[in-house]
Structure formats: C-alpha cells, structure tokens
Design a binder for this molecule. Structure first.
Ligand code: PLP
Length: 429
C-alpha cells in the first residue's frame, strides 16, 4: 500500500482544520499513523486517494448497516432533492418517520428529530431535568454520549464522589451535577441514589456499551437499573445512538427486554445523512416546546433529504437482514477465537449481534471501564497497522466497536480471518 497522497493531503488539512479532521478519532492518533483520505465507497469496500481499496469494518461508525452507497437509499435522496432540500416548515416525511420509529421501538410513544446523536442526548437530559424538576444525572464511566458538557466526565480513580471534568471548557459546576457509576455494578448506582435522595433526574446508559469497546450488560443489570429508576422517580435514558436498529429492530431494549423512559437515536436512523432523534413516554415528551415549557429546536431538524434516506434504510431492516448479520458476525467471532487460540495471543472477543471488539488483554472478561483499560494499546496499534497495510479498514481505536455490514461477502470474511491470523503471528515478532 502507498499512502503518499493521503500524507500530503493530511498535512494540507492540518493547516486549516484543527488536527486535520472534523472528528478526533479519524486522525489515527492512537495508532501512530497518518489517516487515509477516502474518495468513495460501495458495498463492503472503501477506496482512498492513493487508489487503495479496503474491506470496511467501520461502516461510518455504524450507519452503513447495509453497506455503502446502497442503490435504493441513493435513489431516495436523489428523488427527494428534486423537490427542494429544506423548507423550515412541516413535511409529511417527518410524520411518516415518527410513525416508523414508534412502530420499531415500542417504548417510544412520541419522538422529536434532531441532527446528531449529541443533540439527542443533550436534549434528552434537559427534558429529563425539566420533567422531574431535579438536577443530578448518573452516567457510567467509559460510556460516551456525544460531546455535550454534562457527558465529558468520568470517575476520578474509581472514587464514587462528584465528577471532575475530562475536558477543559467544561466547568466544575457542570461536572458536579454528573455522577459517575460503574457499568455492570448496580451497587455503584444505588450509592448515588442513597447519597442524593430525590435529587437525581436521570440515569443515562449505553445499554450495550460500544464506546469502550463492546461491553455487554451482565446479570440482569439493565433490569435492576430499571427498578432503581422507577423506585426513585428518575428517568431512565437508553442511549441507543449506536445500538438502535443495529442489535434488533427495537435496539438493545428489545434484545434485553427492558423499557427505558426515553431513548436517544442516531447513526443508522439517518441512512448516512446527519440525523438524531429522542423519544419516549407521552407524558415526558409533551413537556417539550411548543406544548410544554422545555425548549428545544432546530433549523434543519427533520430535513427532507435526511428523512427520506433514513426512512428508506429503516424500511429495509427485515428479520432476514438481522439473521444474516448474526450469521456473518458469528462466523467472524468464531474465526477470531480460533486464531487467538492457534496463535496463543492474549486477547478476547466481545460480541453482540453485529457489534464486535477484539480486546488485546490478559483478562478473561471485559465487563467495565477498568477492565477495558487493561488492554495493551501498543499491540493494538501494531495490529491495526498490519491490517490497514493489507487492505482492512478497522476502527482506529481499541475502545471502539467493529460494525459488520450485511454486504460483507463470505470471501471478505475468509480474507479477513486469514489476515487476522497473520497479524496475530506478526505481533510476536
Ligand atoms: C456516536 C454516539 C453518540 C454521538 O452521536 P453523534 O452523532 O456523533 O453526535 C452518542 N451516543 C452514543 C452511544 C454514540 O455511539
């Protein structure tokens, strides 16, 4: 592989864009190499400006569940654009989209469209605070909910005290109102409810976490969380920006049989265009402006192009698609496990549906943020580079999920597993 053009263009981009990218993980910083610039993508493949092609396991970080440049989705965008691209007024496609979401995610009775996952989660906690009249929120360390101020906080050395900001620019007073608990540890949540009785507005969680690598909820953790929130009159928010429409039609809540009060959505919902949404119980959603006092708005929200792309994709998500994704993802998981054993590598695979992470760790299980932090990032970087050089576009971070698209062919998967084994052997050199 040659990366000459990408290297030149990265230098050019760095002069006019902070770090050369519009979202940090794209910069490949954690894997010690220069990012590749993409020109186009089709099906399971992406192509860069040096004419290299890659089998893609990033899927635009989730949206491309049916692969890139799906013909029907492209056609729906083209058709919609003929009638204009934005009106700042109601359109029928917004009602159809709302009905579709409500049909797919039964805990949602009413839904509001926004333009990104970040907007969805920020709006959801404002709504939860407005609805309950309380201020504190609980989040879990290692969970990502977009870049809203209240979410850029994790636990300081596992101490269950008040949060410290993770990023300059987030004020201490904002950080103070975010309490940090540990994923899969219900006692860490109970403690907060005890210490801040009647002050906790909401608990927000990635029901299956993708943003510290894939971590599954264990031992009815989500059901216990549901019970705690109900008992304490706190709003339970499932952040399904990543898991929504990916783990099932109804997302992780369908898979694990737990109903949140509010759900946030993004990624797949826009079919590759910028869309987010949040929805839930009527009594909560009716607090929103213009019928309620909680303000939230958006010039381009419910944009007709975005609605048509999203609707086209959602309409295609049949049970057959999820079955196909499960079969392909299982094949990848089994192959990776065989390679790990054959090469005696210290690694484990966490998978649910078409989300999967290969963790380079000596641990036997990854159940929370602390476990995830045990991973060897140098080994991951070496693995990533080997795979990139051989034509596989993987998430450039140990703490991300691979997203399987249904356009991956048997041949793509066989090739991937073959090179994965070579990459693991290469780590020993
Ligand atoms: C990606 C993501 C977000 C943020 O969505 P953006 O569209 O990038 O703002 C929020 N929550 C989760 C769980 C995500 O994976």
């Amino acid at each position: 592989m040659r990366y000459d053009n990408s290297k030149i263009e990265y230098t050019n981009a760095c002069k006019v864009i902070p770090g050369g990218v519009n979202s940090p993980v794209r910069a490949f910083k954690n894997v010690n190499c220069s990012p590749v610039f993409i020109t186009k993508a089709k099906g399971s493949k992406v192509y860069d400006i040096d004419n290299n092609s890659y089998i893609d396991f990033v899927s635009s970080w989730g949206p491309m569940i049916l692969g890139h440049s799906n013909d029907d989705i492209l056609e729906s965008i083209r058709k919609s654009s003929i009638n204009g691209t934005s009106f700042g007024a109601p359109t029928l496609s917004e009602t159809i989209m709302a009905k579709k979401i409500i049909e797919m995610v039964p805990s949602i009775e009413k839904v509001r469209m926004v333009n990104s996952g970040t907007e969805a989660t920020m709006s959801a906690i404002r709504l939860a605070r407005g609805f309950t009249g309380k201020n504190f929120i609980i989040k879990f360390s290692g969970n990502y909910h977009g870049h809203g101020d209240s979410f850029l906080i994790k636990a300081g050395s596992g101490v269950l005290t008040l949060g410290q900001p993770d990023s300059p620019g987030v004020t201490k007073s904002t950080a103070k109102e975010t309490l940090i608990a540990e994923f899969n540890d219900i006692i860490s949540v109970e403690k907060h409810f005890k210490n801040h009785r009647d002050k906790i507005a909401a608990v927000i969680i990635e029901p299956v976490t993708g943003n510290m690598g894939v971590v599954l909820p264990k031992d009815n953790f989500l059901k216990k969380l549901r019970k705690l929130c109900t008992e304490n009159k706190a709003v339970l928010i499932f952040d399904e920006v990543m898991t929504g429409f990916r783990l099932a039609k109804g997302g992780a809540q369908e898979r694990y049989g737990v109903q949140p009060d509010i759900t946030t959505l993004g990624k797949i919902i826009g079919g590759g265009l910028p869309v987010g949404a949040y929805g839930g119980k009527k009594e909560i959603m009716n607090c929103l402006s213009p019928i309620g006092p909680v303000y939230q708005a958006g010039t381009l929200s419910g944009n007709p192009l975005a609605m048509s792309a999203g609707l086209c994709l959602l309409n295609k998500l049949s049970h057959e698609i999820y079955y196909e994704l499960e079969v392909k993802s299982k094949k990848i998981e089994d192959g990776l496990n065989r390679n790990i054993i054959a090469t005696k590598t210290n690694a484990i695979v966490n998978r649910v549906g078409s989300m999967l992470t290969l963790f380079f760790t000596e641990k036997k299980q990854i159940n929370n943020y602390k476990d995830a932090c045990s991973c060897n990032l140098e080994i991951f970087a070496k693995y990533f580079k080997y795979m990139l050089d051989n034509g596989f576009y993987l998430p450039a971070s140990q703490f991300e999920s691979m997203f399987i698209a249904n356009t991956l062919t048997e041949d793509d998967i066989d090739k991937f597993l073959d090179f994965n084994k070579k990459a693991l052997l290469n780590l020993k050199k």
